[in-house]
Design a protein around this ligand. Structure first.
Ligand code: DC
Length: 671
């Protein structure tokens, strides 16, 4: 998704269908680091494609690992425990799953082999604690300098060649702030266990234990079997050595699954379930236990190897009190399910929320209140009482992917026990790129709305007025679908021609139009499987389209196809009768007016840039003649809808036109 400022989600009514999950973030980044540390090549399948994995891949490249893509498989050539690069600056974005383990691994390696590494991230990364990890590593002889505030990144890690790690005493690490510190040590210390057992003692009660299970499971896949006593002591046996498993598959992300489990529990009514592909009952990820919590709230969940199927069960959902320490990330989804419950839901033992991508307790409380919920928060809990009355809400997302994904589920307010009609605006929706770049597309594929509630912006105007460009820029800016209705008439004309149907034969062209096999894929258009993007746009096809578009039967034949573009979250429709016939209820109708002179000059520029010669005066005469024909034709004449706003863009650049329309649009939004 483009980095658009906001995405408005209209009220949603139901959901069903199949969702394929992206790979797990926790597994992806652990596997990448292990592949980078071990000897030989590891082929990683189903890796998550996201911001956090991108920074890890980049870090591995910088450290001299081989990183290449073979189709959808990432092939990592590991270092085999020996540093290839001894000095580097690594930028790790906001990826805790990269910062902590890389810091530990580089500390262990550079203490033994020499090196100097600077690790930094985005400003929020520099507010996320790492002191407990540094405190665990320093007694081993690791030199770690705080380059900013003590206890937080950025860090400088250095060492001299031939150094020794002090491993006589057990390594002590605190486990009560983040389990990632222990994970980091568990991933790094096999690099120092050739000659001796390495023992790690956890100080304080370990939180998020299931993440440690993922770490241990993956270590075993790379040949290192750690012995443990409860979650208090971990021993990496002497002689441990990383070996590549060769091929390794990344499971779907169980935390990401939580949004679709919640979706099924809230909105899969009337038989058809939400089917989730990528994780199942056999998952190694702790967040799969979210299933139990969702069931406790009333979800009806079936599962098998690598799949889940969710129906709405009890409705309203059952309010619960839950210790969510073991599922901190997925538990955020419970806070939003709470909006649909029969009383207050209390989620406890979640102090770690305060040190994640943002202070998630504060953030969640603030945003849920905007929707009308009553929220109480404490140092390590949150309690949510559903709204009596829903409010339209513009949700701030704090550069936190999970805030954006969770809060999108508030758009189902029309089916809440106390129904609402609220539009939910998600600010900075692209922040989901951290773990689930296609989240909104995936959600909208399975979510249903009342068509009448899906907003439409209709754009029309005379030939060469720039309506196509304006419509496409608006669609991009709002994250809406685009209907270039002219393209449908153009395609119909091409198809008729290919079938030997006369363009004057209305019934014949209509028949072809009803079976139009047309597919839009980004900027490309495929007719009957063939790429017709260029042919579609040329002047000759334009004239053919004009010829077929006068037949009422053809207009009627394309009507249904045009309506089908009206899908969540919204549509920008460009063309002749968008605001009058096809979408008379469009929420905003814009009619471009620009002088024939201006339009002729624009077209002239266009033609010249494509290497065609043309005269401005001839173009102008042609446009004027076409305007006249278009205005006076019997079927769908060129005229603004009565409630259209006229935009004279004779002297406006495209950006200015887009800004003007966005301003009009903003005035019609409830925020
Ligand atoms: O917008 P365009 O140049 O691609 O349109 C091609 C022709 O189709 C043009 O003559 C107008 C006609 N048309 C129409 O009659 N109704 C529409 N909704 C869109 C285009």
């Amino acid at each position: 998704m483009f980095r658009i400022p906001f995405l408005d989600i209209p009220p949603l009514h139901g959901a069903s269908g199949r969702v394929v999950l992206p790979g797990s973030k926790s597994i992806s980044n652990r596997v990448l680091l292990l592949a980078g540390l071990c000897a030989g090549e590891t082929r990683v399948h189903d890796l998550l494609d996201s911001d956090d994995t991108a920074v890890m891949l980049q870090a591995l490249r910088t450290l001299g690992c081989g990183v290449r893509q073979d189709g959808r498989v990432w092939c990592i050539q590991g270092l085999g425990g020996t540093l290839a690069v001894h000095e580097a600056a690594l930028f790790l974005g906001n990826a805790g799953t990269a910062m902590r383990p890389l810091a530990a691994a580089l500390a262990v390696l550079s203490t033994q082999q020499g090196g100097r590494f600077d690790l930094s991230g985005v400003p929020r990364m520099h507010e996320r604690p790492i002191g407990d990890l540094v405190d665990a590593l320093r007694p081993l002889g690791c030199q770690i300098e705080d380059l900013g505030q003590p206890g937080y990144p950025p860090l400088r890690i250095s060492g001299m060649p031939g150094g020794q790690l002090q491993l006589d005493a057990p390594i002590r690490v605190r486990g009560d702030v983040s389990s990632q510190f222990l994970t980091a040590l568990l991933l790094a210390l096999p690099l120092a266990a050739a000659q001796r057992d390495v023992t790690i003692d956890v100080v304080g009660e370990l939180i998020s234990k299931p993440y440690i299970d993922i770490t241990l499971n993956l270590l075993a896949r790379f040949g290192v079997v750690v012995q443990r006593r409860g979650y208090e002591q971990f021993v990496i046996p002497r002689g441990s050595r990383y070996g590549t498993p060769g091929d390794i598959h990344v499971e779907g992300d169980a935390s990401s699954a939580s949004y679709f489990i919640a979706l099924g529990a809230i909105a899969a009514q009337g038989g058809a379930p939400v089917h989730v592909q990528g994780v199942g009952s056999d998952s190694i990820q702790g967040d799969i236990r979210f299933i139990d919590a969702a069931r406790a709230m009333g979800a009806d969940i079936r599962s098998g190897p690598n799949w889940l199927e969710v129906h709405r069960g009890q409705w309203p959902l059952r309010a619960i009190t839950l210790d969510a320490n073991a599922i901190p990330d997925a538990a955020m989804t419970l806070a939003v399910m709470a909006l649909y419950a029969d009383g207050p839901t209390r989620i406890t033992h979640i102090a770690s929320w305060r040190v994640k991508e943002t202070d998630r307790i504060a953030a969640m409380a603030c945003e849920l209140r905007k929707l009308g919920a009553t929220v109480t928060e404490g140092a390590d809990f949150i309690e949510v009482t559903p709204p009596q009355r829903w409010h339209h809400a513009s949700i701030h997302t704090y550069d936190d992917h999970r805030m954006a994904m969770c809060l999108s589920l508030a758009a189902f307010n029309p089916i809440a026990p106390q129904p609402g009609q609220a539009t939910v605006r998600i600010q900075d929706p692209a922040c989901v790129g951290k773990t689930f770049p296609d989240y909104f597309e995936t959600l909208f594929d399975v979510a249903g709305a009342d068509t009448a509630e899906v907003p439409v912006i209709a754009v029309d105007g005379p030939s060469a007025s720039g309506k196509g460009t304006l419509a496409s820029e608006l669609a991009k800016a709002l994250g809406y679908h685009l209907l270039d209705s002219g393209a449908l008439y153009r395609a119909a004309a091409l198809a008729a021609q290919a079938d030997g149907v006369s363009l004057d034969d209305g019934a014949g062209v209509a028949r072809v139009s009803r079976l139009l096999d047309l597919r839009f894929d980004g900027d490309k258009v495929f007719l009957r499987g063939q790429d017709v993007s260029d042919t579609l746009r040329n002047e000759v096809t334009g004239r053919m389209a004009s010829q077929v578009s006068v037949h009422p039967a053809v207009r009627e034949a394309l009507h249904g196809l045009q309506l089908s573009f009206r899908r969540v979250p919204g549509l920008v429709a460009d063309g002749r009768d968008m605001g009058t016939v096809v979408f008379p209820d469009a929420a905003l109708k814009v009619f471009l007016v620009a002088s024939a002179e201006q339009r002729a000059q624009r077209r002239h520029k266009q033609l010249i840039s494509k290497g065609f010669s043309a005269s401005i005066s001839a173009l102008r005469a042609d446009l004027e003649a076409r305007d006249e024909r278009d205005k006076n034709r019997a079927s769908a004449p060129l005229k603004p809808a009565e409630d259209a706003l006229l935009l004279d863009n004779s002297n406006l650049g495209i950006d200015e036109s887009v800004q003007q329309v966005l301003q009009w649009w903003a005035q019609r939004r409830p925020f």
